[in-house]
Design a protein around this ligand. Structure first.
Ligand code: GUN
Length: 292
């Protein structure tokens, strides 16, 4: 009898963000080109201080706006700005009919009360989906603006036809920006969802049973190959800057076990920006079929 063939080397399928983000951006661009309202969709980005990563994010968001025909303006406030000063800037943008979407880049300096600022944004212009009204809508399954990164993750899964309904999903991280809204989106799509965090004992015992693992913690290399069931889908939302470049929450060796994996960089990042464009068009009253 012949020996059994050795196991074939694993061939992870990389879930690249660029093709999925381009598909969203093409739809957004077509919708903006066909715009018949008095003003094309407009986005205002509020930047407090000069945090280098925030400057880079804002640049890439405004560049993407230009590519699809969305008007964008940037409001710069000094690092020392008070909560009142940021609130006033937001109030002015709430009144501006040329502004359909408002994004206050996070993190804000410590003297600024971020919760107060987010609550001051007109919910109709809340393209970040972080206003309590938007999060309440998401929780109760009513239509509303959905946070960009979680919605982008769902669009990415759909683009690569990863089934969600009836599957076990583990979300690592419970932030209002990513983990919590993503858990709700997965739940609304009939996944069985577990949310784990820094106080969860032996997280690997739960990730090992999951069909879909999403890491959104910000701890480089946290998810090791032993945490992953062979063939599972792994989405890496973590981005940590290091001298070696951008690092995800998922250790590189997970590529030898996972069935599908998002790279860092080039995975979820482009989806966040593309979803911001989609949210801006929707806030301006345009309908889009971008899924999720
Ligand atoms: N900082 C990092 N990610 C985000 C985001 O999605 N929205 C905002 N406003 N700030 C961020």
């Amino acid at each position: 009898m012949k020996d059994a063939a050795p196991p074939s080397p694993s061939s992870v399928r990389w879930l690249l963000g660029r093709p999925a983000a381009d598909a969203v951006q093409e739809r957004v661009a077509a919708r903006v080109a066909a715009w018949t309202g008095p003003r094309v969709p407009g986005l205002a980005v509020v930047l407090v201080g000069e945090d280098p990563p925030s400057l880079a994010y804002v640049r890439s968001k405004r560049k993407a706006c230009r590519q699809v025909g969305i008007e964008s303006v940037q409001i710069n406030l000094p690092e020392t700005a008070s909560t009142g000063a940021v609130r006033s800037a937001v109030a002015e943008l709430n009144r501006d009919p040329a502004v359909h979407g408002i994004l206050v880049q996070l993190p804000l300096p410590p003297q600024v009360d971020a919760a107060q600022i987010i609550a001051a944004i007109d919910p109709a212009k809340d393209v970040d989906g972080l206003h309590p009204d938007s999060l309440g809508r998401l929780m109760s399954g009513r239509p509303g603006l959905v946070p960009c990164t979680p919605r982008g993750v769902m669009t990415l899964l759909d683009h690569y036809r990863i089934p969600v309904a009836g599957r076990r999903a583990v979300v690592l991280g419970r932030s209002a920006l990513v983990g919590l809204p993503l858990a709700l989106l997965l739940l609304h799509r009939d996944a069985s969802v577990t949310v784990l965090h820094s106080k969860s004992p032996r997280p690997w015992e739960q990730t090992r049973d999951a069909d879909i693992v999403v890491a959104a913690v910000g701890r480089p290399g946290l998810v090791e190959p032993e945490w992953i069931r062979p063939g599972a889908t792994v989405v890496d939302v973590g981005i940590t800057r290091s001298p070696a470049g951008l690092l995800g929450d998922v250790a590189p060796a997970v590529a030898e076990v996972a069935g599908e994996l998002t790279p860092v960089p080039g995975g979820v990042g482009p989806m966040t920006v593309a979803t911001l464009l989609a949210n801006t068009v929707e806030a301006a009253g345009g309908t889009l079929d971008v899924g999720a």
